[in-house]
Design a protein around this ligand. Structure first.
Ligand SMILES: [Zn+2]
Length: 346
C-alpha cells in the first residue's frame, strides 16, 4: 500500500483514500440494537508493540450518553489516545480548510450529529459485530503477524467513524494508521483479508523505507506483493483467493505482457516511472500501459507482480523463504527470485 511513510492517495474532491483490497458487500442490519454491542468491545487491543484502538466505541457511547452528547468522551477517549493520527495525519492530509474537523473543538460538531445524520449507516456497519468477534479477530491477527513473520513490529491503528466524505484506510506512519468504518471495506466478507494485508504493511514499511529501492516501482511491487503473500499464507488461501478470484486467470494469461511492459520502470521512482505507479493505484498522471483489463485490476498489477515474484522466489528457495524479503535487499531478492528468467520462458 505504500512505498515509504505516506500512504495516502488523495483523489481530489472525493478525498477517498486508497483502499487495497477489492470488493465490497454491504452488510444487512441484523441486530435489533447494534449499538449495544460496542460495550463488549475492548477499548484497545495490544499485542507486543502493536495496538488497535477501537475509537468508534466511544463515538457510539458519546452519542448515546444519558443527558445528551458527551463531548468529554470524544476528547478523552477518542482524540487523546489517537493524537498522533489526528494531529500529524488527518488534520494534515485533507487540506487546511478541513484541518479543524480533526481537531478540538471541531471534532465535537460532527460527532454530535453523527447518530442523527448517519445512524442508519452506523447501525449497518456495527452489525458486523454480530458475526465477527472483533476482540478475537484483532488479537489473533496481531499475534499471527508476529508469529508468522517472526518480527516484532510496532504500530498503532485507530478504527473510527470519520466525518462523512473523508474516508480513509491508511495513514501517515506506523503510529498513525486509520480505518474508517464508513468505508466500503468494512464488511464481514473483507475484514479478515483486509486486516491481514494492512497489518503486514506495518512490519514491512520501515524496512522499505531503508532499502535503496524502497521508493521505486520494485519497492511498491514487493511491498504490495508481500502483503498479499502474507495474507495468502496466514489465511491458507488459494492463489485465486489471495489475488482476484476468477479474474486471476486473466492476469496469469497476460503475465508475460504485464511484466515486459512494466519491467522498464521497476527501478524508477514515481517521477520517472509513472506507468508502474499508475498500475499500482498510486497515480493517474499517465495513461495505462496495459489495456483491456477489468477496471478493478488495472490499478493493482503490482500486487499481482509482487506476489508472482515472491512465489517464484519461494519455488527456488523453499516454503519459508518469503520471509527473506524482511532481511534481503530488494534488488537481490528480485534477482534471486529468477522471475525475469521465468517470464522469458513463458
Ligand atoms: Zn497494501
Amino acid at each position: 500500500m505504500r512505498d515509504f511513510i505516506v500512504l495516502v492517495y488523495l483523489i481530489p474532491m472525493l478525498l477517498l483514500i486508497a483502499c487495497d483490497r477489492p470488493t465490497s458487500i454491504d452488510t444487512e442490519v441484523t441486530s435489533p440494537n447494534p449499538f449495544a454491542a460496542v460495550e463488549t468491545i475492548a477499548d484497545s487491543i495490544r499485542v507486543g508493540d502493536m495496538v488497535i484502538h477501537n475509537g468508534f466505541k466511544f463515538q457510539v457511547l458519546a452519542g448515546r450518553a444519558e443527558g445528551g452528547f458527551d463531548s468529554l468522551m470524544i476528547r478523552d477517549k477518542l482524540y487523546a489516545p489517537n493524537r498522533q493520527a489526528f494531529d500529524n495525519c488527518l488534520s494534515m492530509i485533507f487540506g487546511e480548510e478541513n484541518a479543524g474537523k480533526f481537531q478540538l473543538p471541531g471534532m465535537y460538531a460532527w460527532n454530535k450529529t453523527l447518530h442523527t445524520d448517519h445512524g442508519k449507516l452506523m447501525a449497518q456497519k456495527l452489525s458486523l459485530l454480530d458475526t465477527v468477534n472483533l476482540n478475537e479477530l484483532f488479537t489473533s491477527h496481531l499475534t499471527a503477524l508476529q508469529t508468522l513473520t517472526e518480527r516484532r513490529g510496532h504500530g498503532r491503528w485507530m478504527v473510527y467513524f470519520g466525518p462523512p466524505d473523508f474516508q480513509i484506510f491508511g495513514g501517515c506512519d506506523n503510529n498513525s494508521m486509520i480505518l474508517d468504518m464508513f468505508g466500503d471495506s468494512w464488511n464481514a466478507a473483507d475484514i479478515n483479508d483486509l486486516f491481514a494485508h494492512e497489518l503486514e504493511h506495518l512490519i514491512f514499511g520501515p524496512i522499505a523505507e531503508k532499502d535503496v529501492h524502497g521508493a521505486t516501482g520494485l519497492g511498491i511491487t514487493l511491498d504490495e506483493g508481500l502483503a498479499v503473500y502474507y495474507t495468502y499464507k496466514y489465511l491458507n488461501q488459494s492463489r485465486e483467493e489471495a489475488l482476484y478470484q476468477q479474474n486471476t486467470a486473466i492476469l496469469m494469461q497476460r503475465e508475460k505482457e504485464i511484466f515486459e511492459k512494466l519491467q522498464p520502470y521497476l527501478f524508477k521512482t514515481s517521477e520517472e516511472g509513472c506507468p508502474i505507479f499508475r498500475h499500482c493505484g498510486r497515480t493517474n498522471e499517465c495513461p495505462p500501459l496495459i489495456e483491456g483489463l477489468p477496471e478493478k485490476l488495472e490499478g493493482e498489477l503490482c500486487y499481482f507482480l509482487g506476489f508472482r515474484i515472491i512465489e517464484q522466489y519461494v519455488e527456488r528457495h523453499g516454503p519459508d523463504a518469503w520471509k527473506d524479503l524482511y532481511t534481503t535487499p530488494f534488488k537481490v531478492f528480485y534477482e534471486q527470485s529468477g522471475y525475469a528468467e521465468y517470464v522469458q520462458r513463458l
